[in-house]
Design a protein around this ligand. Sequence first.
Ligand SMILES: Nc1nc2c(c(=O)[nH]1)N[C@H]1C(S)=C(S)[C@@H](COP(=O)(O)OP(=O)(O)OC[C@H]3O[C@@H](n4cnc5c(=O)[nH]c(N)nc54)[C@H](O)[C@@H]3O)O[C@H]1N2
Ligand SMILES: Nc1nc2c(c(=O)[nH]1)N[C@H]1C(S)=C(S)[C@@H](COP(=O)(O)OP(=O)(O)OC[C@H]3O[C@@H](n4cnc5c(=O)[nH]c(N)nc54)[C@H](O)[C@@H]3O)O[C@H]1N2
Ligand code: SF4
Ligand SMILES: [Mo]
Length: 761
Amino acid sequence: MNMNKFILKKSVRQMSTSRRKFIKISALGLGGVAASTTALNLFGTSPFFDAVVLDEVAKKLHRTPTYCEVCFWKCAAWAYSDSEGNIPKILGNETDPHCYGRLCPRGTGGVGMYNDTDRLKTPLIRKMVDGEQTFVESSWEEALDLVAGKFKAVKEKYGSESFALLKHGSPGKHLEHLFKAYGSDTIAEPAYAQCRGAREAGFALTFGSWVGSPEPTDIRDTKCLVLIGSHIGENMHNSQVQEMSDAIDNGATIITVDPRYSTAASKSKYWLAIKPATDIALMLAWMNVIIEEGLYDKDYVEKYTTGFNELKKHVLNFSPEWAYGITTIKPAEIRKTAREMANAAPAVIIHPGRHVAWYGDDTQRARAMAILNALLGSWGRRGGFYFKESISIPKYPSPKYPQPEWGWPEIGEKYPLAQMGITTEVIKASLPSEDNKYPVKAWMVAGTNLTKSIPNKELLENAMNELEFLVVLDTMPMDITGYADVVLPECTYLERFDGIRSATNREPSIAVRFPAVKPKYDSKPGWWVAKQIGDRLGLNEYFDYDDYKDVIAWQLDKMGTSIEEMIKIGVKHYPRKSGGLYLKDGEPYNFPTSSGKIELYSKELKDLGFDPLPKYTKHPEPPAGFYRLNYGRAPMHTFSRTANNPNLNDLMNENNLWVNPKVARILGLTSGSEVWLRNQDKVTSTFPIKVRVTERIRWDSVYMVHGFGHDNKKLSRAYGKGINDTQLISKVYEDPIMGGTGMRGNFVEILTDNPHNTVES
Ligand SMILES: Nc1nc2c(c(=O)[nH]1)N[C@H]1C(S)=C(S)[C@@H](COP(=O)(O)OP(=O)(O)OC[C@H]3O[C@@H](n4cnc5c(=O)[nH]c(N)nc54)[C@H](O)[C@@H]3O)O[C@H]1N2
Ligand SMILES: Nc1nc2c(c(=O)[nH]1)N[C@H]1C(S)=C(S)[C@@H](COP(=O)(O)OP(=O)(O)OC[C@H]3O[C@@H](n4cnc5c(=O)[nH]c(N)nc54)[C@H](O)[C@@H]3O)O[C@H]1N2
Ligand code: SF4
Ligand SMILES: [Mo]
């Protein structure tokens, strides 16, 4: 035992001396590329999503209930498999409120995750071979023994708290259980500080509750949907896109505020091509009009809100004329759109957005959105926001977790209203320094490709260099795996059991994920990996089952159903228990804020030294010769995770740089020209990108789809295709309220000559 410990510590040290050369192994051969012809007519009358059409072939196949893992909307689906282990089709579950029986193009193409021959196939261990660091294939036994040994070593040397879990998606849940049992609550995910954290903080401050996922937006019944930088239609969150399509058919007014002519903008009555980073000014002017013209919902404001007088005073001078100078939106347009919203009220939605880590004042921007909704009385009203409900999944018996001495809340203590771990703070805590009270020494990374999802690559790489141990659990040889000491191959969602999905929606429902096929290669489910490590750490009591199926069976039984029933239905609905979907006329209602009211004026923010009412702050603008780097989603891809998916890569295999014709003329660019980008901190893109000249982007910005420009040659389809926006996001604007990392204040110049041909300083 002691000997073992000594060897472990020694190898930990050896690891840390020659750290951490990014391992690129030459590409494997191209796998069979499956074709997919999903209709992408997003808002048209013909089916824009894959409809539930069971052809003769599918009828002969075996169907298994699952929920999709291509993004985090988690649509319930049926995987159709044959006896040879092929999955010819995945279709939406008709009774599922997340998808209404139709998957988006990514969900349909999800089978590409299973078929991708570039997948991780066996555990890999970083070793020195002929003086070179390389990955050597290993057995699960060897890899898990090594990983468990590191868990023990870190615990003995520093305490369990020093082992961090950075995770996203389904595997994260299983590993979170392992980490908590082991004594570490040092846990974070990019879906908070890099995504929706600021929105949750802003809405919680105002209404007392998170927006959550799916957003409880009553889009199907709305009369007016206001999208502020939320590009539903390219952002393919399924039921939202379908409900928006229905709302358009029913004559709802769409108002889109976006510096880019998005798909949503093209379906809108009003497209407000706002100057980037000025949205708070627009919203203050809208409040000004709504209050000055008496268009707000007086009964609702009187009954349910507090701080109206302060708000009224605050917005008095923020006229549309004032906002015009800031936003470039004409005063008449501001007035007209404010009146449209008020006309539709309370069936109006100022959509809270989702990825809101933009400029650092993001919680305040979310507050402005929340306040507008409150003025129009849309929260708890038909066509506005409904009161969501879910059913809780019974907890499988397991001992109490030990209490760690510190964890994510302490690491993020600088940010008083952070409600989840802040990835970037965990990363900073991994840099050794005298005054680091919370030293992080090792990471497990599961289901998140940090090198693409976390801004400030230098910080990330420095932190990874300092780690004593880094283990990555992934399905694909993504960039992040190149930094690992041990890589563990997870099987895809189509090959495993996972936790029961409880939907927070108009009514509660659950969905299950059962394996449709056996795991390919030597890959294993995340639950199994967690249990194997747990057992090696003597935490057997926390993993008191042989198969995760037993856990699910136990939980389903407690919920009045069974594996047998769920195999047949996939989704089960439960009645609401919390009351109506909407407020009844004049119904007394206690909002879960400290005052019991919707807080237009936030005393909580005031007490913490922040602005109690949102105000506009000017943000830096691109210097001459530079353009603001804007990014977003494409309907057929999810972040970086689908770039190599054979089906989805077929639909789009690289990103383009949207450039306004004015800029193209000045720089002599035409559509298809290859350019490189260099940002304000002299970071140059590794790869080039093809230009797309289009009026759809303002002249002060350029735009690209996030998730391309992969560095790892093992991704045979995605390697070197397009530019990685994250690489160019070296400047981060921190949200002082909740620790979000604003990423939209980076500026790039466009290089027409290959900068990598010349000697760079
Ligand atoms: N520059 C920039 N940065 C961003 C964003 C942006 O738009 N631009 N968006 C932000 C937002 S909104 C979010 S939510 C985050 C998302 O950030 P991430 O969750 O990190 O997103 P992905 O790039 O999809 O990385 C997911 C990883 O999970 C792996 N994976 C997929 N399925 C499985 C599985 O079943 N098991 C395991 N173990 N691994 C799996 C994939 O191969 C991939 O490596 O990024 C944020 N960061
Ligand atoms: N197909 C697909 N769909 C997805 C995802 C995916 O990867 N692929 N990811 C999902 C996830 S996790 C998230 S968080 C959501 C994110 O999706 P959303 O929350 O809808 O959008 P964002 O990525 O924040 O914003 C992108 C839009 O903001 C605009 N924009 C940029 N700067 C400004 C500005 O200063 N003001 C305004 N008003 N607009 C601006 C851009 O032009 C672009 O149209 O998408 C989800 N849906
Ligand atoms: S929205 Fe699309 S990718 Fe996301 S879970 Fe649903 S089908 Fe899958
Ligand atoms: Mo996100």
